[in-house]
Design a protein around this ligand. Structure first.
Ligand code: FMN
Length: 188
């Protein structure tokens, strides 16, 4: 039976696969209940950048919340979770979180995580970055969030894009004390 909840937010930056991979990695862990919220932008990137069907995606999550539902459980701090991973995190969603707009369920859930001082990890994806992007990352960091751009690690000598995505996603999940079986640097 699940004893812990984690929220996975997927927004419309390139790299829909990171959020999908997080759900895939968490699916076998019986003690973790996943709550998924997907932005409209992410539905576009899913269609433009991947072959993943909406049904495939929804089947991976334990609970799926419509982005418009500001009355969802995850919109309240009284609903206890371990935290939230936004993977990938667009610059629009980053800006909304940095300024506390809570303008949809995804950004409201992130706002709740920050106010409750729980773990918030943003897999921000944009390049290059202008000053407002950087400033918004600074603001979220000052509020206790973690900026985690999915920069590939090459020390594990990945052989495929899937290996790169798996490694970055598992490293982001490390930040929730979720230990997945990935190649780690053991020293030389
Ligand atoms: C194919 C595609 C790729 C995109 N890649 C990025 C990206 O890497 N980073 C980003 O910040 N926005 C990107 N965008 C733009 C966002 O989807 C757009 O700003 C959207 O309004 C974000 O809204 P959301 O944060 O609610 O998903 C991309 C859009 C498309 C269609």
């Amino acid at each position: 039976m699940a004893t812990e909840r984690i929220i996975i937010g997927i927004s419309g930056a390139s790299g829909f696969q990171y959020g999908y991979k997080a759900l895939e990695l968490l699916k076998p862990l019986a003690h973790i209940e996943t709550h998924l919220v997907i932005s409209k932008g992410a539905q576009l990137t899913r269609q433009y950048e991947t072959d993943i069907s909406e049904a495939d995606l929804l089947a991976l999550a334990d609970v799926v919340h419509p982005i418009e539902n500001l009355g969802a459980s995850i919109a309240s701090g009284s609903f206890k979770t371990r935290g939230m991973l936004i993977a990938p995190c667009s610059m629009r969603t980053l800006a909304s979180v940095a300024h506390g707009f809570s303008d949809n369920l995804l950004t409201r859930a992130a706002d709740v995580i920050l106010k409750e001082r729980r773990r918030l990890v943003l897999m921000v994806r944009e390049t290059p970055l202008h000053l407002t992007h950087l400033d918004n990352m600074r603001k979220v960091t000052e509020m206790g969030g973690i900026i985690f751009p999915p920069v590939p690690a090459l020390y594990h000598q990945p052989q495929s894009v899937d290996e790169i995505i798996t490694h970055s996603t598992a490293r982001a999940l490390d930040l929730f004390d979720i230990d997945l079986n990935i190649k780690r640097w053991e020293g030389k």
